[in-house]
Write a protein that binds this ligand. Structure first.
Ligand code: HEC
Ligand code: HEC
Length: 427
């Protein structure tokens, strides 16, 4: 921490030197030259001396402020000399927040242990698919693929291949918008979709209800959870949603770090954390859920749907980023829900069409098309741009993001991998 006493002697010495120099000049040089009387010499020396003192005071103030500036106002996250990270300045900044230990629940579907248990049974229930071959876990594998399926795009009933990548169900409980294009607003609304989707589980909801109603064990379980009454689609959706609210990972190294375990993140991960903010990833992947479409994000909702790709690049063709436009009705780029980045290291391949295989490449694409960075270790050319409208020439040097920095960002994203407490992943 900055110590004001260390600056004062310097200031005092400067004042003394300045004052002596002014007096000397007036007495020996200016005085005789301008034929000043002794009284006039004392007057002039004092005037100059006061000027010197004022100047010294200003210098002292500026010096003090600049030291304050470096030590407390703008915390240096990485010390450039040692490349060590000052952990004390990273923790506790409001942009970084740990995931809550409990997911928020809607008023009309409170989470109870019995409901979670019923939802878990349904999640692994193959009777929810038309021919009894698929359950939710067929595509959302909680044990192996981080709640997704490790495929480019989903494979549903009769081996039909869908057009979108399977997102994880883990931490979906924190999302205010669900699906890649954000079309569902709650887990309850989402849950019945895949059952009836002809290329996912392909079942008829009425038939699923009839099948479950024919099983006394299910009838008893639904009665226990919801009170006596017939099994219906609404109850099925509520039970599944309650189970999904238990699929959260609040103990990732990132969260442990924020909760006080300063050894939970490596130096590389901390550098990546600083970069994540500096490059602007945090603008969209904000809050504890790393998504503006999260229930926990500041002004969640509409701001959670973004243009992607927002800047043109060669990636657009390579990864067919604009074939599917998501929520956009047309135009050059799609509109997509900002996905959470929690457990992202486990849920590749990436993007709505699963076209990018590795996390490093997904980071390169994002840095280029969403954050406007030039990625790679090649030389960055300064471009000269001429605008006929304003008659101005501008020099533009794109800000590069080297491979070492991409690796730092990937390392940071790996710190968002957590485990689900008390999860039972099989039937
Ligand atoms: C055939 C594979 C498949 C099956 C079976 C399946 N899903 Fe999905 N799930 C997907 C795909 C693909 C998406 C994304 C679709 C889209 O965005 O258009 C998805 C999206 C979701 C989401 C939204 C996640 C998010 O972050 O937006 C949730 C929640 C979900 N599924 C839960 C379930 C539940 C519950 C079941 C069982 C009732 C189920 N899924 C069955 C493939 C599947
Ligand atoms: C302007 C908003 C915005 C910014 C800035 C942004 N992202 Fe994204 N990010 C998105 C959107 C939207 C998607 C979903 C794209 C899609 O639908 O395929 C996404 C997807 C991703 C994915 C793929 C997730 C998955 O499950 O497939 C990763 C990884 C990612 N972003 C990391 C980053 C990183 C790292 C940065 C900073 C270099 C960044 N993002 C900056 C909006 C943004």
């Amino acid at each position: 921490m900055f110590d004001i006493l260390s600056v004062l002697p310097v200031g005092a010495a400067a004042v003394a030197c300045g004052f002596s120099a002014a007096a000397l000049i007036v007495w020996r040089d200016l005085g005789p030259f301008a034929r000043l009387s002794n009284v006039q010499r004392i007057g002039l020396a004092s005037a100059l001396g006061v000027g010197v003192i004022a100047f010294s005071i200003k210098l002292t103030v500026i010096g003090t402020l600049s030291m304050l500036d470096r030590s407390t106002l703008a915390p240096t996250i990485t010390d450039p000399e040692t490349d060590q990270v000052d952990r004390s300045v990273v923790v506790g900044r409001p942009v970084w927040q740990a995931l809550p230990e409990v997911a928020p629940e809607p008023a009309d579907n409170p989470t109870t242990p019995e409901k979670v248990a019923l939802g878990r049974r349904l999640f692994f229930e193959k009777a929810l698919s038309r021919d009894g071959t698929l359950d939710c876990s067929s595509c959302h594998d909680l044990a192996k693929a981080g709640g997704a399926d490790a495929r480019t795009t989903a494979v549903g009933i009769d081996g039909q291949v869908g057009s979108r990548n399977t997102p994880t169900v883990v931490n979906a409980a924190f999302q205010a918008r669900l699906f890649w294009d954000g079309r569902a607003r709650s887990l309850e609304e989402q849950a019945l979709g895949p059952i009836a989707n002809p290329i996912e589980m392909g079942a008829d909801l009425g038939e699923v209800v009839a099948r479950l109603s024919a099983r006394p064990d299910y009838v008893a379980a639904f009665d226990r959870v919801f009170g006596a009454g017939p099994i219906d689609a609404d109850r099925i959706a509520k039970a599944i949603a309650a189970f999904e609210r238990s699929l959260i990972t609040p103990d990732a190294p990132f969260d442990r770090f924020l909760r006080g375990d300063v050894t939970a993140l490596s130096e590389r991960q901390l550098r990546g954390m600083a970069l994540f903010e500096e490059v602007g990833c945090i603008v969209c992947h904000a809050g504890p859920g790393f998504s503006r479409a999260s229930l926990l994000a500041p002004e969640a909702g509409a701001s959670g749907i973004r243009l992607f790709p927002s800047l043109p690049s060669d990636y657009e063709k390579t990864y067919r980023l604009t074939e599917d436009l998501g929520a956009a009705k047309g135009g050059r780029a799609g509109l997509w829900r900002v996905p959470s980045l929690r457990n992202v290291a486990l849920t590749g391949p990436y993007f709505h069409n699963g076209s990018v295989a590795t996390l490093a490449e997904a980071v390169r694409v994002m840095a280029t098309v969403q954050a406007g960075r030039v990625v790679g270790d090649g030389r960055v050319e300064t471009r000269i741009e001429w605008s006929p409208e304003t008659g101005r020439i501008t020099r533009r040097t794109p800000s590069p993001l080297g491979e070492a920095q991409v690796a730092d960002l990937v390392a940071f994203l790996e710190s968002l991998t957590g485990t689900i407490p008390n999860i039972v992943t099989g039937e």
